[in-house]
Design a protein around this ligand. Structure first.
Ligand code: SF4
Length: 411
């Protein structure tokens, strides 16, 4: 079911039912259509839960990615990886661009209405220039130079930069050899990891997929296979990436314990609305044992944690499902990250144009507050004093259900 769009007093185009408690309200403080403050919060325990938002499964496109239009930098043809990818899609229209970062055709606001088609049918090929490693300290010790950016999936809360344009289709970088050489050089300069930390007690960890999802990228080229192979030969470092897609081709990559995959998990009820085009939660959970058996280190990301009135029962059910599914070997090596939702107004406005139902979960000004990020972005996060309590409760449920699952970090 789609909700009709209408122009609100604040000027934004909103779904008629964008605030699920008060039809017609966009919930923004600046909007003249704003509702009166709700009173059943802050304690999500206190009141009887209001009616759940109307949830309807999003119809998923049959094909995650099927490039019909390829934007490419001219230099791409000089690289074997570039020629390989082009040969895989001989019928695609090719359009040369000066830079994979600046493609005016992808920056047209009208494309917001064709969000999923752009993701499915557009591919960008480029050459990665900078090879800097950025210190991280949360999921990884360092963020590696990307082998790609953009994503064919379409999570409504996705923070991945939209510098290419609204739908942020996948860009594949054809010089992955430069990335693997830079990684090997950087790790060699670091030497052994003397001080264990929560990221890894022994190895330096490099995040390989900050700007996309490598499991999907692996269906387009051998870049991910090459990265996994490279870490087999770097004695003091591991590669790592988060994923929401189960690509069983990766089971043949022979990682020899040197690549960590982090499957992102959240309750299915919400994922069906906000995790657009991703693998179903049951499929991700079912894949964990197989990836461990294939030689990966497998962790889980409980992310994003979206607070709502029925969240306790849903998360407890997810922990129970996960606990029941894991093999002894998978449990022995399992660790997790817990990341509460961060949102922002710009993304909210964009989502209202293509997927307003997701905003019923993501946009909660009654329990969110603004926060400036280190990069100067004005984001929304759950109000700090409540979030602390909710995080403690979340960690309590997790410990009760899966005491063996060490939390690497939570925020
Ligand atoms: S899978 Fe990751 S990168 Fe892709 S849309 Fe979802 S959050 Fe963004």
């Amino acid at each position: 079911m789609a909700y009709p769009l209408r122009r609100l007093a604040c000027g934004i185009l909103a779904a008629k039912r964008s605030c699920w408690r008060h039809p017609g309200c966009c919930s923004r403080p600046s909007c003249k259509d704003v509702c009166q403050p709700v009173t059943f919060l802050p304690s999500l325990d206190m009141a009887a839960p209001p009616p759940a938002p109307h949830i309807v499964d999003m119809a998923l496109p049959r094909t995650l990615i099927d490039p019909k239009l390829i934007y490419l930098e001219p230099a791409v043809r000089e690289y074997p990886r570039g020629r390989e990818v082009l040969a895989r899609f001989p019928d695609a229209e090719l359009v040369e661009v000066a830079s994979h970062w600046r493609i005016p055709q992808l920056a047209d606001p009208a494309l917001a209405e064709n969000w999923l088609r752009v993701k499915r049918e557009t591919l960008v090929l480029g050459v990665k220039k900078g090879m800097a490693m950025r210190p991280n300290g949360r999921s990884a010790d360092f963020i590696a130079p990307s082998s790609s950016n953009g994503c064919a999936m379409a999570c409504a809360y996705c923070y991945v930069g939209r510098r290419k344009g609204y739908a942020n289709p996948i860009s594949v970088f054809v010089n992955v050899d430069d990335v693997t050489r830079a990684l090997a050089r950087h790790a060699a300069r670091l030497g052994p990891k003397i001080e264990p930390n929560t990221i890894d007690p022994v190895d330096w960890v490099y995040d390989l997929g900050e700007n996309g999802d490598l499991s999907v990228d692996a269906s387009l080229s051998d870049n991910v296979r090459d990265l996994v192979a490279a870490f087999r030969d770097i004695p003091n470092a591991k590669g790592s990436f988060a994923t929401k897609y189960v690509n069983r081709d990766l089971l043949d990559y022979d990682p020899q314990g040197r690549t960590r995959i982090r499957f992102s998990l959240m309750p299915d009820t919400i994922a069906k609305v906000v995790d657009v085009r991703t693998s179903p939660m049951s499929e991700r959970i079912a894949a964990i044992n197989d990836f461990v058996a294939a030689g990966y280190e497998v962790h889980v990301n409980f992310s994003p944690v979206i607070v709502h009135e029925s969240w306790e029962a849903e998360w407890k059910a997810l922990f129970a499902e996960l606990d029941a599914a894991l093999s002894r070997a998978a449990r022995a090596q399992l660790k997790c990250e817990v990341i509460f939702l961060t949102h922002n107004e710009g993304l909210h406005d964009l989502n209202l144009q293509w997927h307003p139902r997701a905003e019923e979960w993501l946009w909660r000004p009654d329990i969110q507050e603004a926060k400036w990020s280190q990069s100067g972005m004005r984001n929304l996060r759950y109000k700090a004093n409540w979030k602390r309590q909710w995080l403690d409760r979340f960690l309590g449920w997790l410990k009760e259900a899966m005491p063996y699952c060490q939390v690497r970090y939570a925020f």
